[in-house]
Design a protein around this ligand. Sequence first.
Ligand SMILES: Nc1ncnc2c1ncn2[C@@H]1O[C@H](COP(=O)(O)OP(=O)(O)OP(=O)(O)O)[C@@H](O)[C@H]1O
Ligand SMILES: [Mg+2]
Length: 452
Amino acid sequence: MTEAGSILIVDDEAVALRNLERVMSKAGYRVTAVQSSEEALTLLEKQEFNLLLTDLRMEKVDGMRLLKTCRELHPDSEVIMITGFASAQTAVDAMKQGAFYYITKPFRLDEVRKVVAEAMEKIRLRNENRSLKQQIEALQDQVKIVTQDDGMLSLLSLARQIAPTDCNVLVVGESGTGKELFARYLHQHSTRNSGPYVAVNCGAFSKDLLANELFGHEKDAFTGAHSQKKGLIETASGGSLFLDEVTEMSPEMQVKLLRVIQEKEVLRLGATQPVKVDIRVIAATNHDLAEAVRSGVLRQDLYFRLNVVTLAIPPLAQRKGDIPLLAQYFLQKYAVQMKKTLNNIAPDVLEILQRYDYPGNVRELENIIARGCAVSSGDRIELAHLSEDMRQQGGITLPGKGETMPTLEQQEKTYIRWVLNELGGNQTAAANALGINRSSLWRKLKGYQDAQ
Ligand SMILES: Nc1ncnc2c1ncn2[C@@H]1O[C@H](COP(=O)(O)OP(=O)(O)OP(=O)(O)O)[C@@H](O)[C@H]1O
Ligand SMILES: [Mg+2]
């Protein structure tokens, strides 16, 4: 305890009470002394004291009852019982009920002082342990975004800059690029980080279920609604609400969400009175949202509300410099998790990893490393620990030459992707530039996707 511990002293004998009060105050504790055990009971119901020092034999409410109440209401408090006579049985009973210690009357004041100091020390140690544990847990939960890519580093610094503001954020990027990781990062760096972080995958629920999950319901709102249920929006109040796959929301739901964001209140299904909520919305999608608005899948007004700031996470193929770093990071993570001595990745494996395009982005790289860790028994991930498909990314070595070259197919794939990228993803223009028709290009691209 950084501040003096608090003690409630209860004794219906005035002289004993005054003596204890005087000694404990002098020892520096914050003391409340009451002669009436009923008053003590009322106090305990309203307030927590670090320590209850009570006489056992009292009229109306006895010490045992105070002990029980205190243990129930304030499990972190300690209780010291003072017994009028040295009855072994009552002492045993008191200890069984969770008293820290018992003292028999007549007592010496320095004896009481010593026992009280011991109880306070126990409380202090327990609090200290708890706070250390919380600090360790917080450290373990720290979101770690591994990167050395300039674009990603500026994205991270933008995220840190906007995190403490309450503005809604839209995170876009292909599947597996780290959208959810960024959402958790934003929450952790926000002023709401001691509040809840609630993640909802809008694509994982049917329309009705999603409404029920997000908004909750009143008792009897529909058949089967036996009791009132708080929705996830209410649960997230004071913290952040992460809405994943936000384009999967029905038009009705979008109107309701818009209302939540604008009015800062939520109406449970079947309710007449809205409930105030204080949330920050982080939405994510791997679709093109401007396109979703154009085609009417997403309301424009909701899009504007969600998209106060956009964090666009680049695909892993556009930041290949991160591959060795991420590979090493995942290697360490899975080596610890799988209790293995792995600490290295063979150079030919790294080469394959760097050449590959990762349609599944960081998640796919993570899975490749996890697989490698699982099947390797040495301290390195070797070629043999990659899947057949991955090994085929390896390329060819000409007889007599040490250098590994890409296969014709790999070369074609890389070239097609480069042209497509240079032309802003426009397949018709890319097909023209490559001198093939659009459907052949489409077939080739589809083939690359299916092969992954
Ligand atoms: N930069 C990074 N550093 C460390 N781990 C990362 C990084 N990016 C992604 N990951 C890890 O990759 C996996 C996928 O990330 P995440 O779930 O955030 O992707 P996502 O974009 O939300 O994917 P989806 O669109 O499929 O939902 C997670 O295990 C995440 O921890
Ligand atoms: Mg996700």
